[in-house]
Write a protein that binds this ligand. Structure first.
Ligand SMILES: [Zn+2]
Length: 291
């Protein structure tokens, strides 16, 4: 299995290589720019090129860029939505140049009082505009935790969103175990995991899955609260992850954890995911964050 983590770059793309090596990642996700700002990625072309060669030479595995938190592809505010699309397109441009496999963007929130169909149409339009920038990379739309106005936090909603953005095969699905659990999917029980993945199949999304974010949940199931914690330390638990990691669609795509703490914690989470994927058990650590 291809298991990795969201890793820090420490101010330069090259930092991602050291970070990925340090935690034993076989796939990595990084921010392409400041996650809490509107600033576009700002890396000189020569540095992007040098990074591309260095990343390929390091033979780590696939790399993904996560678009900043600011991005809301379904925003009811036209200006805000346009800024979101522009920032995500700039992230795609960096992905293209740096050799990343794809970018991750959240499905977005439609805003209070907006009909879901309207939010869905806006999100789909944004996704098409973002993917239009891509030549080689994929655009992964990540299902959210089901907070107010969420455009897509369930699999049928994801189906609707992908249908609304029809014709663009570069748009793929990213599921986050913590978000699905927050939205009510019973990923803490083997039977619930089986039912959830049966739904992935029945909605025709299995072949559109491109990435899995493996995060345990600091909050109980169905609370629509996004709090990532270490694998096995939250409400999904080791039994849940063992069942998730046994699912064929999960085994066919990169699995990346976005857990709190330092690189040592990421290393431990990667190790735990690999161990659970192989079918044995051990003790977790505690702490929480959101992403
Ligand atoms: Zn995530």
């Amino acid at each position: 299995m291809t298991v990795g983590a969201h890793v820090p770059t420490r101010g330069s793309l090259m930092g991602a290589i050291d970070s990925a090596h340090a935690c034993g990642a076989a796939a990595a996700q990084i921010w392409g720019s400041n996650p809490r700002a509107w600033a576009h990625p700002n890396v000189p072309e020569a540095s992007v090129k040098a990074f591309r060669s260095a990343w390929a030479a390091a033979s780590i595995g696939p790399l993904f860029l996560h678009a900043p938190y600011m991005v809301n592809i379904a925003s009811p505010n036209d200006g805000f939505r346009q800024r979101s699309v522009d920032l995500a397109r700039a992230t795609v441009e960096l992905a293209e140049g740096s050799g990343a496999a794809g970018i991750v963007v959240h499905a977005g929130a439609a805003g209070a009082g907006t009909a879901r169909a309207t939010g869905l149409r806006r999100a789909a339009g944004s996704l098409l505009a973002i993917a239009g920038e891509a030549d080689r990379t994929i655009v992964l739309v990540e299902l959210t935790a089901g907070t107010a106005g969420a455009v897509a936090s369930t699999l049928p909603e994801a189906r609707e969103l992908l249908d609304a953005a029809e014709g663009e095969e570069r748009i793929r699905l990213c599921i986050d175990t913590c978000h699905l659990f927050a939205a009510g999917y019973p990923l803490d029980e083997p039977d619930g995991v089986a039912a959830s993945f049966a739904e992935l199949r029945s909605t025709g999304l299995e072949e559109r899955l491109g990435l899995v974010h493996a995060n345990d949940s600091a909050f109980p199931r169905g609370q629509r609260r996004d709090g990532h914690t270490h694998i096995g330390a939250g409400h999904i638990g080791e039994a849940g992850f063992a069942a998730i990691l046994a699912q064929p669609p999960v085994r066919g795509v990169p699995v990346v954890c976005e857990t709190p703490g330092r690189l040592e914690d990421a290393a431990r989470n990667i190790e735990t995911l690999r161990r659970l994927a192989d079918g044995s058990r051990r003790r977790p650590v505690r702490r929480t964050t959101a992403c």
